[in-house]
Write a protein that binds this ligand. Structure first.
Ligand code: 5AD
Length: 355
């Protein structure tokens, strides 16, 4: 097990031998604990409305230049059908924090997807009420993704202006687990003001929160958001974590080593900044890809950051590209929902009755 001092050193190193060691250890841990399967999860960005004003995000409510959309159930179903055709195990319904996504409307959609397909359903809809989360879980939703973004409380509060009272995402993650969701979380790497020490805390938190999935991506500065200027001013500061792909790979690989039994996606943010990002990530700890199934006319409006792009807007070609990549890397396309098996308390060995 790596100590916090060792993790800190590895985050800061530029020594090629250290890095090669890190990539290799992560790849070995990935193979040993979650095997060679790469699970595919069809991402459907169902709405870009957002009630929040997060300082980093391009779809925050102050962005008045952006046309807003909310997909209808029929439109979402067409994407779900694509996921089934491509034999993905999961669909992820993601949106801004959109009160227009009504509790009962979504519950009905989720329960129809669960009734008519074999897909696992993941929700990623921001900070919703306990009643909403409970209702959607009862409707059959399997997983919920909510990144805690950074364990630095002060930084978190600064960049997430609250709607009413400030939120406690750790409490929400616990509530989600209690409701029976498989829980995903994660962070951005290189937020202005983020320190190396807080990144070490993030990695240990992934472990203590007992997450099923951890999404890790570089912070991508978005012009006209409050963090853009701060990012510019923070460049070169000694304790500032750089928002590079290399730094994101380091956090990914370290997470795989510290928390070996977890699903780690090769995130869209990594793939957007680095053409080889997905391939690299898959060889440095990742075991999940989330191909984007959002219709092109909407995907272009789901601009959480500007460079966000898909390799191709032709779903068929994109699906082929991803599956070919998986095979070329000597891996296999995952079947079924690809959940992390829960470690059960094994009963003791069966005792022979006395003769
Ligand atoms: N750069 C990188 N990642 C971002 N996200 C939102 N905005 C940005 C950005 N500017 C990530 C957040 C969020 C996820 C859906 O997208 O971590 O949880």
């Amino acid at each position: 097990m790596l100590s916090s001092v060792e993790i800190l050193e590895l985050l800061k190193t530029n020594d090629q031998q250290d890095l090669d060691w890190l990539w290799r250890e992560a790849d070995v841990a990935r193979q040993k604990h979650v095997g060679s399967a790469v699970h595919l999860r069809g991402l459907i960005e169902i709405s870009n409305y957002c009630a929040r004003s997060c300082w980093y995000c391009g779809i925050n409510c102050h962005n008045s230049h952006l046309a807003r959309y909310r997909m209808s159930a029929d439109e979402i179903w067409l994407c779900v059908q694509l996921a089934t055709n491509f034999e993905y195990g999961t669909v992820v319904l993601q949106a801004g924090e959109d009160p227009g996504i009504e509790r009962n409307w979504l519950a009905e959609l989720v329960s129809s997807i669960k009734a008519e397909t074999d897909l696992a359903v993941t929700l990623s809809l921001g900070e919703r009420s306990q009643n909403d989360l409970e209702c959607w879980r009862q409707a059959g939703a399997d997983r919920y993704l909510l990144r805690f973004e950074t364990s630095d409380r002060q930084l978190f509060e600064k960049i997430h202006p609250p709607l009413q009272k400030s939120s406690d995402r750790f409490e929400m993650l616990q509530q989600l687990a209690q409701l029976g969701y498989q829980v995903g979380s994660g962070v951005m790497v290189g937020l202005p003001g983020q320190s190396y020490h807080s990144l070490v805390d993030d990695i240990f938190l992934f472990s203590s929160l007992k997450l099923d999935m951890v999404g890790i991506g570089p912070f991508i500065p978005v012009p006209d958001t409050p963090l853009y200027r701060q990012w510019h001013d923070s460049l070169g500061r000694a304790e500032q974590v750089p928002n590079t792909v290399l730094m994101a790979y380091k956090v990914l690989a370290l997470t795989r080593i510290v928390v070996p039994n977890v699903n780690l996606p090769a995130t869209t943010a990594l793939g957007s900044l680095d053409k080889a990002g997905r391939a690299e990530a898959l060889q440095r700890g990742a075991n999940v890809i989330m191909p984007n199934l959002t219709p092109a006319r909407y995907a272009s409006l789901y601009q959480i950051y500007p460079q966000k792009k898909e390799m191709s807007r032709d779903y068929q070609a994109n699906d082929r590209l991803i599956k070919d990549l998986i095979i070329a890397l000597g891996r296999e396309v995952g079947r079924g929902p690809g959940s992390i098996p829960q470690v059960m308390e094994m009963p003791g060995p069966f005792e022979e009755p006395p003769a």
